[in-house]
Design a protein around this ligand. Structure first.
Ligand code: CA
Ligand code: CA
Ligand code: CA
Length: 318
């Protein structure tokens, strides 16, 4: 257990010896489509169009419009992006940027103004408790979907990247694994005197979310002892994250030799269960369990044989 606590510290302090993970959102934890339906809300475009970097061809006056680049949330739509190989952490100033396809209008009665389909933004550590950034629907201060994207700039540099940046300190979080964006375009459409009123607006178009202050999460193999043995020792958990609303079945796949003890811990290091697998040869064994009664959050699975020990991290969300 002491070793495990040390390992938790390693995990939580994000071992910098590991290769830098990408700073962008890694998976979609939840998508509730709003009013309207677009091709970019479905495969093969979605979810890749909201993961990874923002559209490189977007500029102040030219919005990204390809379904490969953006996903329309629809009026009132809501999306939750999960970070699984990196976390957003609170550093000096803003910590992450949301990229949408806002742009400056060049012609017509609104020339020079920004065409905005704004969203409100919230963040979470556990995928359950979200902390919303304050926003103003008249000035759009605090909203995402207001500042055009500069696709030729470094998306992790808020001084030049465009997009709308947020500081975790504003909501009192030190780390976030989830970013929720909810379209609020209908607030603008309900008030023709709103400075951003535009009858053609039809909802937030998400391009990307990038961490400015990013920390790697070790989610794969962490062998504490010499791993030069004659066989592989691996542990994988899938799906990850586990979405309880879709399926609460979790598979832990272990490649090991001999008796293997599997222990599940929550983020506090409390043991949830211990199970034993008995394999005599080096082969893949799968332990399945039901996560229905586990609360949402971060969990660790430790697999241990006489000689080896390895831990994997995974998330359970609603
Ligand atoms: Ca990432
Ligand atoms: Ca900050
Ligand atoms: Ca994109």
């Amino acid at each position: 257990m002491k070793n495990l606590i040390l390992l938790f510290l390693t995990l939580i302090t994000f071992n910098s010896a590991f290769a830098q993970s990408d700073p962008f959102a890694d998976s979609v934890a939840l998508f509730i489509k709003g009013t309207g339906s677009w091709v970019n809300q479905n495969p093969p475009y979605f979810p890749d169009n909201v993961l990874g970097p923002p559209a490189s061809n977007a500029s102040y006056t030219v919005p990204a419009v390809s379904p490969d680049d953006i996903c329309s949330l629809g009026l009132g739509g809501e999306i939750v992006l999960a970070f699984t190989n990196n976390a957003i952490v609170d550093g000096d100033g803003p910590d992450f940027t949301v990229f949408e396809n806002a742009f400056q209008i060049l012609y017509g009665p609104r020339a020079g103004e920004i065409f905005a389909e704004p969203g409100k933004v919230a963040v979470s550590k556990d995928g359950v408790n979200f902390f919303e950034f304050p926003f103003d629907s008249l000035t759009l201060n605090g909203c995402a979907g207001v500042t055009p994207t500069n696709g030729s700039a470094d998306p992790t540099n808020p001084d030049s990247s465009g997009g709308d940046s947020f500081d975790l300190a504003t909501v009192g979080l030190d780390t976030a694994y989830f970013v929720k964006i909810t379209d609020i375009t209908s607030i603008i459409l309900s008030d023709t005197s709103n400075p951003y009123y535009d009858y053609t607006a039809n909802g937030f178009d998400l391009d990307a979310v990038a961490a400015i202050h990013s920390a790697d999460i070790i989610s794969g193999i962490e062998d504490r002892e010499n791993d030069s043995g004659p066989y592989e020792f691996q542990i994988n958990v899938f799906p990850n994250p586990v979405e309880k609303s879709k399926s609460s079945s979790v598979s832990i796949e272990v490649q090991s030799k001999g008796n293997t003890e599997i222990t599940l811990y929550n983020i506090l290091g409390q043991q949830i269960f211990v199970r034993r697998l008995t394999g005599s040869i080096s082969e893949k064994q799968i332990l399945k369990f039901n996560a229905q009664n586990l609360s949402a959050g971060i969990y660790f699975v430790e697999a241990k044989t006489e000689r080896f020990s390895s831990t994997a991290k995974f998330l359970i969300i609603k």
